[in-house]
Design a protein around this ligand. Structure first.
Ligand SMILES: *Cc1c(COP(=O)(O)O)cnc(C)c1O
Length: 367
């Protein structure tokens, strides 16, 4: 078969282990998954009610324009409906952007470690990938990123808060950076964890869309809104940019259930308030643990933390798995020696930290 040669050696995304797999493998009855930054509190009760009670029209295609959700979101954000583009999660928007802008004749600049889908899709497109390491404190090295940009750069990716490190780009720095980026470069600001941010220095990256024609913000209903299963993400940009991207979007890329659930979830900001409040208390549990054990756990503005384990993070993640906790090893995410742990409910955080304490003690006694 005549495969695209660029697929040579590429591997499919490896998701965290599923609850079912771990139950079976270790003969456990209760598994806590804190690996994919999902919302441990579920979603808005309004959405739950809708799912069980709505009489859904299954035979007809959904509204490809997602009109109702589009209007609700445009009201909420104070942007024109034509400034929005919906995707099957922001994952699909990354695919759409890559298809629309990347090719063998150009390059794309991105931080590392960061969200791996930027480089994955750039590779499929055959674009040159310029990865700029985060600074020692895990912040974006915007000066270096600027230097990596040239006349063949078409996309720059920024991730704030960054996955897997949790830090934000202060608004002032972000604005100063975009001011210096040439106008032929589209700057993507991935805000998957926007709703969780409490640091005031973050400002609101959306404001930059007004001032700069070459900025596009990505957000999602998968994280704080608790709708990861429904696959709804969105991009906000200048109307001219959205109009160029829209033909690349598959015609019915968001489904009926997802559109309606997202509109309901958007209307229930009380749920977001309660989620972010509990998320802050959860992060404090991890910060206390880190302090007690003298481990580095950088301040995260998202719903996950990076926890140092002093040694192999793969081994620590395996040990936690045996105890029923699924987390992500930083050895695979570009942050070796750290675990990325999604902040769960208070109880689950307690349970995980007790298990981690055991794992760390075991390692010390073995050493
Ligand atoms: C989770 C995540 C996404 C993708 O989320 P979707 O479920 O596809 O909307 C995008 N970017 C970052 C940084 C993420 O962590």
């Amino acid at each position: 078969m005549k495969w695209n040669p660029r697929l040579e050696g590429m591997r499919a995304y490896e998701p965290g282990k599923t609850i079912g797999e771990v139950k079976k493998e270790f003969g456990l009855s209760r598994i806590v998954k804190l690996a994919s930054n999902e919302n441990p509190f579920g979603c808005s009760p309004e959405v739950k009610k809708f799912i069980t009670q709505a009489g859904l029209e299954t035979a007809l295609y959904p509204d490809g324009y997602a009109t109702e959700l589009r209007e609700a979101l445009s009201d909420k954000l104070g942007v024109s409906p034509r400034q929005l583009l919906f995707g099957g999660g922001s994952d699909e928007l990354i695919v759409i952007l890559s298809r629309a802008l990347l090719s063998e004749s150009n390059n794309t600049v991105m931080p590392w470690p960061s969200f791996p889908q930027y480089r994955h899709n750039a590779r499929i497109q055959g674009a040159e990938i310029r990865e700029v390491p985060l600074r020692k404190d895990f912040s974006h090295d915007l000066d270096c990123m600027l230097k990596a940009i040239d006349e063949n750069t078409s996309l720059v990716w920024l991730c704030t808060p960054n996955n897997p490190t949790g830090g934000i780009i202060p608004h002032e720095e972000l604005e100063a950076f975009i001011r210096k980026v040439p106008e032929h470069v589209l700057v993507i600001v991935d805000n998957a964890y926007h709703e969780f941010v409490t640091d005031r220095a973050y400002g609101d990256p959306l404001n930059l869309v007004e001032e700069f024609p070459n900025v596009l913000v990505l957000r999602t209903f998968s994280k704080a809104y608790g709708l990861a299963a429904f696959r709804v993400g969105y991009a906000i940009g200048r109307e001219e940019v959205i109009t160029k991207l829209d033909p690349v979007r598959p015609p019915f890329n968001t489904n009926l259930l997802g559109q309606q659930a997202a509109a309901l979830a958007l209307a229930d900001q009380a749920f977001i308030g309660s989620t972010t409040k509990q998320n802050e208390s959860g992060k404090a549990q991890y910060a206390r643990f880190a302090e007690k054990h003298g481990l580095n756990c950088p301040r995260s503005e998202a719903n996950f933390v990076l926890m140092e384990v002093r040694g192999s993070a793969d081994a620590a993640a395996d040990e936690l798995l045996k105890r029923g906790y699924i987390v992500r090893s930083g050895d695979k995410l570009g942050t070796p020696g750290y675990l990325r742990i999604t902040v769960g409910t208070r109880e689950d955080n307690e349970g995980l930290l007790a298990a981690l304490e055991e794992v760390l003690a075991q390692k010390v006694s073995e050493a």
